[in-house]
Design a protein around this ligand. Structure first.
Ligand SMILES: Cc1cc2nc3c(=O)[nH]c(=O)nc-3n(C[C@H](O)[C@H](O)[C@H](O)COP(=O)(O)OP(=O)(O)OC[C@H]3O[C@@H](n4cnc5c(N)ncnc54)[C@H](O)[C@@H]3O)c2cc1C
Length: 514
């Protein structure tokens, strides 16, 4: 017999099979010996009460043989299959490739950046010397922005596809099975590179192709149909299906489409700063205790406030994390955040941003690149304000709200360094003012949040794509170019690893139908 029940257990026992069996036996009023296995279906932390507990949905196997699920992959050989060109090896491109293989198509991935190993050297140059390689950085290279991301895997886009199937694919390529049950699944930056490499190996073993250092510079279009793409080297790649999954930072791709008279549209995004607190402050507020102790993970927050008819919100919260320099050009500053799988860094950071609508930004309303230019301008202002070498402008939280320069900045995790700057020199006045109001309001919602121990680091600007590449809702093809599938975050159809992966899968399915 299999029974599904909810159990509650104290922190420290959430992974302990013996302890969980004991709780389940007592809850079902049966002897522990009758339980042959326990399968955890869902697991979350409940910090609402005085005592923090884990809540778990479990299947209890009673006098029944329990065989744990195994996760392996077995892809068909597609060496001689019909080629589908995939531009970009981010989560969208990689999952599009895996789906192509499952459908008997041969994916040919063209990626401007380097493989995971070589990319690491370029990241070291960014962090230690403040030097950005425009082809290989936190956004460009094998695995795209996902490889050195935080690897949080929760998403709101559950209706767009099978989230569980994506999570299982990650597990089959080396992620821990915890991501299948945790309410807030997380892989961590230290683990992602091996997983991404393993996905690439699956693609290559099945007969797909992956070409690094191959920047696409033109689409080949004949009579309204895609015929292939051309790379910077001049090499041409032919196919009647091209999945364009180049991410939100490939500004040259948006320029290229515009120059080729292929329709793109300006798109709203969000802009602000990354805020970092000592992790302890967040733990004390969320777990209502002096010290978190060894049995609870570093805590997170999620804050939102309407200020003067505009949403101001925290996102991509990284407990135990690092603020990362994520620019793709040498003369701009872009910050984001990541954390290792153990989340054992002493800081907690999150993007804290204000929604930017189309009519907030001056310029020709018909210019599809106006939001992109605005985003770029703010990133360049941040670079100048920091004084170069990716030193980022920073200000203490209370100083920022009270319009005071910070005499000193707190020790923080941003490796290229921070410089005390009045952030109003970088942010537009209407964003600055809304952030100021929101931070005081967040402080009223969360004890300890509003403090000068927290630093604001500018700028968090690559929250989503500032451009949309239109596509037909049913066929997922561009309205003007048959066989062109705008895909993933850069095209405006995803906002994170899982949704990008799902969009990649959907585009591959659509490509198989032409
Ligand atoms: C530091 C950091 C932390 C993050 N943390 C999280 C998180 O915890 N959870 C989450 O869900 N999301 C997170 N994200 C966001 C997530 O990584 C992206 O949403 C996701 O990677 C988007 O996938 P994509 O495939 O659409 O695009 P991308 O990952 O951006 O991939 C696009 C790829 O296209 C390539 N490319 C661009 N132009 C060309 C060209 N002309 N020719 C050939 N190739 C090209 C790029 O090099 C890149 O590899 C984080 C991002 C960063 C930077």
């Amino acid at each position: 017999m299999i029974k599904e029940i909810e159990i509650v257990c104290p922190p420290g026992q959430q992974d302990d099979e013996v302890a969980i069996k004991k709780i389940a036996a007592s809850s079902l009023n049966i002897s522990q010996q009758k339980i042959s296995g326990i399968k955890i279906l869902k697991r979350s932390i409940d910090a609402r009460g005085r005592k923090v507990v884990y809540r778990m949905q479990v299947q209890v196997f009673i006098d029944e043989i329990y065989t744990p699920e195994t996760f392996t992959v077995n892809y068909p050989d597609v060496k001689n299959g019909r080629p589908v060109i995939i531009v970009g090896a981010g989560p969208a491109g990689l999952f599009a490739a895996l789906q192509c293989i499952e459908l008997g198509l041969k994916p040919v991935i063209l990626e401007r950046g380097k493989d995971v190993k070589q990319r690491r050297r370029d990241l070291a140059n960014i962090n230690k010397q403040g030097l950005v390689n425009p082809e290989s950085n936190y956004c460009f290279g094998e695995g795209g922005a996902g490889t050195y991301s935080d690897g949080k895997l929760y998403t709101r886009s559950t209706k767009r596809g099978d989230v569980n199937a994506v999570l299982k694919t990650f597990v089959a390529h080396g992620a821990t099975e915890d991501i299948l049950v945790d309410a807030r699944p997380h892989i961590g930056t230290n683990k992602l590179p091996q997983i991404i490499t393993s996905i690439k190996e699956s693609i290559l073993n099945a007969g797909g192709e992956v070409r690094f250092d191959t920047r696409v510079t033109a689409l080949l279009v004949e009579f309204g149909k895609i015929a292939g793409v051309q790379a910077a080297s001049g090499e041409k790649f032919g196919s009647d299906a091209v999945i364009l999954a180049t991410g939100h930072s490939a500004r040259d791709i948006f320029e290229m489409l515009h120059q080729q008279n292929i329709l793109i549209e300006a798109k709203p995004f969000a802009l602000g700063v990354r805020i970092e607190h000592p992790q302890e402050i967040i733990d004390q507020a969320q777990y209502h205790c002096e010290h978190r102790g060894p049995d609870l993970p570093p805590s997170y927050y999620n804050l939102v406030e309407q200020v003067d008819n505009r949403g101001v919100f925290s996102f991509c919260m990284c407990p135990g994390g690092i603020i990362a320099p994520c620019a793709t050009e040498p003369n701009e500053i872009v910050v984001n955040g990541w954390s290792p799988s153990k989340r054992n860094n002493p800081f907690a950071n999150s993007g804290t941003v204000v929604q930017v609508n189309l009519d907030d930004v001056a310029g020709n309303e018909n210019d599809p690149l106006k939001m992109l230019r605005f985003q770029q301008h703010i990133e360049q202002l941040a670079y100048v304000a920091g004084g170069g070498h990716l030193v980022a402008p920073g200000q203490r939280m209370v100083d920022f709200v009270e319009n005071r320069m910070s005499a000193t900045l707190p020790v923080n995790s941003y490796l290229p360094g921070t410089k005390s700057v009045a952030l109003k020199e970088v942010l537009p006045g209407w964003i600055n003012a809304r952030l100021q109001k929101a931070l005081s309001a967040f402080g009223r919602k969360m004890k300890g949040y509003y403090t000068n121990e927290a630093i604001l680091v500018g700028v968090e600007s690559r929250t989503s794509s500032p451009v949309k590449i239109p596509r037909d809702k049913e066929t997922l093809q561009h309205p003007q170019v048959a066989g062109l599938f705008p895909c993933g975050e850069g095209a405006g159809y995803a906002g994170g690893i899982i949704s990008a992966a799902i969009d990649g899968i959907n585009c591959a399915i659509a490509a198989s139908k032409i």
